[in-house]
Every structure is written in structure tokens, then in C-alpha cells.
Ligand binder design. Sequence first.
Ligand code: NAG
Ligand code: NAG
Ligand code: NAG
Ligand code: ZN
Length: 558
Amino acid sequence: MARVRDLLLVLALTCVTGEEVASTPKPIKVLDTIMNPSYIPAEEKHGFYWKKSAITTLKSKLKETKNVNKAKNGILFIGDGMSVATVMAARTFSGQLERGLGEESVLEFEKFPFTGLARTYCIDAQVPDSACTATSYLTGVKTKYGVIGLDGNVTRGSCHSQLHRGNWAPSIGQWALEQGLDVGLVTTTRITHASPAGMYAHTSERNWECDADVPKECLTLGCRDIAYQLVMDNPGRQFKVIMGGGRRELLPNVSDPLVKTVGRRLDGLDLTEMWHVDKVNKNATHQYITDRNELMKVFNSDDLPEYLLGLFKDDHMDYHLKAKDQPTLEEMVEVAIKMLSRSKRGYFLFVEGGRIDHAHHDSLAHLALDETVEYSKAVKKAKLLTNAEDTLIVVSSDHAHTMTVAGYPSRGNDILSTVDTATGDDRMPYTTISYANGKAASIGADGKRIDVTLSQQFLNRDLEYSYPSLVPLDSETHGGEDVAVFASGPWEHLFTSSYEQNVVPHLMAYAMCLTEDKHEQCNYTPRKPKFWTSSASTTRVSLVPYALSILTVITMCL
Ligand SMILES: *[C@@H]1O[C@H](CO)[C@@H](O)[C@H](O)[C@H]1NC(C)=O
Ligand SMILES: *[C@@H]1O[C@H](CO)[C@@H](O)[C@H](O)[C@H]1NC(C)=O
Ligand SMILES: *[C@@H]1O[C@H](CO)[C@@H](O)[C@H](O)[C@H]1NC(C)=O
Ligand SMILES: [Zn+2]
């Protein structure tokens, strides 16, 4: 049957293109300059090129088979604030960095076979924050704005409702631990920030990152800050890998000149020390590291510790383009996967590219796009180090932002520049990227729109240049539209269509056999867990019925 289908397919392709279709599209030619807006690659001017590339895509889709294996491992990537507009702009930016026109460039996760849309609202807010969304995509429960790891029966900032166990929503990290998997957490923000906290914390107030942030009466009642929960409570204390920034939230505020890092804690606790004591009590090898060198040493050692805590900055980690002594997200992901791959039962890893959001809040589009490209590199590394036969990778975002890509710039026009084809009705140029709101108002004191081309900062592509916005706000806001979900690996096809954001961890858990709903392969243990190839798979079924092939031939030859 499959052979007949392939033959029909070849016939179909031949009748459109007149020749065998190449298996991969031709790479776009490197440009001498992106400044020439009228440049169009010669091959793109021919309909043939587009038909051929479309058929290549069709052909690879027809080859797709349903992967219903057990996902031994699951990796969830969240690009904080990575709206669909951000994905398009970052892809263009990335292509232009490589001297291409840009639009045709593809980020790593855009190559994933299945894509869906997730609705991000909180139960009490049309446009969400990173706390209620983290609760949604990590615990599978939608909740209120500002709340983490608790359902909507809580009042934000109420310690009573936080302490009520019935309100707790455990994360997929905890579900994985309960099934004997190893769990890891990697972020570029403070490790206690809203998104990573969704993995381990139950807090009615996202800003309670250390005890200094928690009202006294709440501390008296027994409400713990987020850093404390990470180190001292389950599931955080069982995480094998924890990496990110936010050292200050774990360290005491002491006035000792010999102390390298002055923390924010007022309870005198050094949680890095308590993390160490906890692992000693478990008789487990462990290491606490604070810079890239130490991380590289861990990576290159034959004797990886059982537990790794890496806190690379006091606050958030630096933007990649401004960083000096810190690992990249890609490097952290590589070490995390190396650590977790030792687990026979598999692992769950949560990775956040957390500073896309921060750059957007300051309307720093250049940095937001670069952080997105870094995020894509980390996804690429994870894809390289794992196998789609046994590892499900899901890439998404928590919420959108107000950045738009507007006007009718020419093909290949610098995405960070002004629209090259037109001005506003006020005869002033305008940038392709702008924000609906944010810190750099587009209107000046004279009531007229500011000419961006008079700004040296803009012309120099300064990283600190804030793109113009309509409504002046100290901090640009999130956006309310859906975010994309990209999936690759076992049960990737479940991630298609449009759904609520809280569905994501349930789908992952189903693929990974973490819940009561078990699929056929849940009891199946592969013989060669690490290097088995696709031919070793016994569970693939054809997605494409025979009839579709015939239909394809008929439609194409018409
Ligand atoms: C809601 O939370 C309160 C505590 O704030 C608790 O007393 C009550 O039982 C909870 N309701 C449900 C349905 O769990
Ligand atoms: C530590 O406490 C001092 C005195 O209260 C304060 O000025 C300082 O800002 C605190 N440091 C941090 C990192 O919170
Ligand atoms: C601790 O671990 C080491 C090495 O794995 C082992 O030799 C030793 O017996 C363990 N000690 C305890 C108290 O479990
Ligand atoms: Zn934000």
C-alpha cells in the first residue's frame, strides 16, 4: 500500500513540476546588501519556484506518521511574551543577521510539525500576567491575575487562601516526580520570578519572592516566600537541575564587607547553604555554581553531580547582547539535558526564555528580537540532543505583547528600521516596529509626531533605543491575543487546533503517561532507550489514507 501511495505521489509531483522534486528547498542566495529594497531573488520571480517549494512541504507532510510512542521525556519551552508578531519579527531579524532578506528565514521551532493556538486570559483578566499563565501551562488550572500554583478560589495576596491545601494546584513537575522522573528548571530570569515559580510555588502573590516581600502577618501565619518554597519544600527540593538568576532572593541581607553578594532576605537564612545541607542529608552529590566557568567545568566533568544549583546573577540574568560572565540559555539547556538524560525513567524539563518580555516592557525591540533568537538556539540544541521517538518538545509563550509589524515595507527592508516605501500623512517617516503603548511616546511636546530619523540612538541601532508607542505608559503592557504552540515528538499531533492554555500540560502528561488516562504505549519500555532509531519503533501508523493519495494526484493533474 505504502509503495503504491509513493508511486502515485511521485506521479503527482511530476505532473506539476515536470521533474522529481528535490527533498529540500534550495537555500536562499546570500545577498550583497539588504539596503536595496527592490532586490528579489531571481528564482522567486517564477511561479515554478513557489509550486515546487509548496510541493516539497506537501510531500513531507504526506510522509508524516502518527507518533504514538510513550514520551519518556518532556521539555516545555516558554518564551515569555513571545507573541506571534515577535516570532515573525525575530525570524526576519535572524535572517537579516545572516545577510538574507529575512522574511524567508525559519526559527528552529517553526520547523516543528504541529502547531496550535492557546488562549491566555486569566479567570479575572482579559489580558494576563506571567503568574496566572504559568499556573495555566504548568499546573493545568486557570487562575487569577498575580497568583501562582493556586486555583481561582484564592484572593490575591490573601495568606489564608494560600494556606488552604484544597486550593493548591500541583505542577507537571510534581506529577513527573510522582512517577519517578527527574525534573529540571532553567530560566534567564530570577529563579523566583513568576514563570519558573509556576513549577514549584503556591503563592497568592507573585511578588513574594523573598521574605522581605511578604507582609509580617502572613509570615506569622506561616505563609512562605517563593525562594523558601523552592529550596525547602516539595517539589522544588527534588529538582535535579535549577539554573537562572535571582541569587539575592536566597541570600541574607548582611552588612559584612567580606560577603560577596548581599541578599534581600531579612530572616537571616542563606538558602543556598540550606540547599547544600538538604543534599548532604540525602547523601547526594551536588554542586552550587555561580558563573559560566563553573558551569563549563560541570559540563566537561565525567562525574556529574546528582543535583545542580546554578545562580548566575543577583537579579535577572543579563540580556544576551549585554552579558559578560554568564552562560547562554543554550549552554544551560545543554547541561540540563546532559544531567537529566541519566534518568532511566525519563525527565521533565521546563525552560524559560524570560527576558523577551522584559525587553518588550521597555519597548526595546532590538533586545526582544535577539532574546527570541537566543531562545530559538536553545530549542535547536534541545532538538539535537534528544530523539523525537521518545522526547516530546513543546515550544510556546505565556502571553503576547503590543508590538506590531506595520506599514508596507519592501521585501528585505531592515526590520529595525523605518518603512522604506511611505511616510505618515504628516510626511514623517515611521518605524516598521511600534508598540500600542509604552515608554517612548510617538508624539512630542509640540504635539507633533517625533521624527525618529533625527535620533542618533535610533540610527546607531542602540540596544537601549525604545521604539515609539501610541499610549504613553511607564511600562509597555502585555497583549491579549493567542500564543502559538509548536510541538515535536510523541503525540505532537494533539497540539493542533485552538484551545485554552491550561490544556498544554494535560496533553504533555498524557503523552508522558503521567496521568490516569493511559495510552497503549505507557507500559512499553524501549530496549535501547538512548540511541534507538526510527526503524526500532513499532508503534507508527500511517496518517495518510490511501484515498488521499489518489485525491492528490487528481487535484494536481487538473
Ligand atoms: C476556598 O478557600 C477557602 C479559604 O480561603 C476555604 O475555606 C474554602 O473551603 C475553599 N473552597 C473550596 C471549594 O475549596
Ligand atoms: C539590605 O538592607 C539595607 C538596610 O536595611 C538596605 O539599605 C539594602 O537595600 C538591603 N539590600 C538589599 C539587596 O535588599
Ligand atoms: C552515601 O553514599 C555513598 C556513595 O554513594 C555510600 O558509599 C555511603 O554508604 C552512603 N552513606 C549513607 C549514610 O547512606
Ligand atoms: Zn511581562
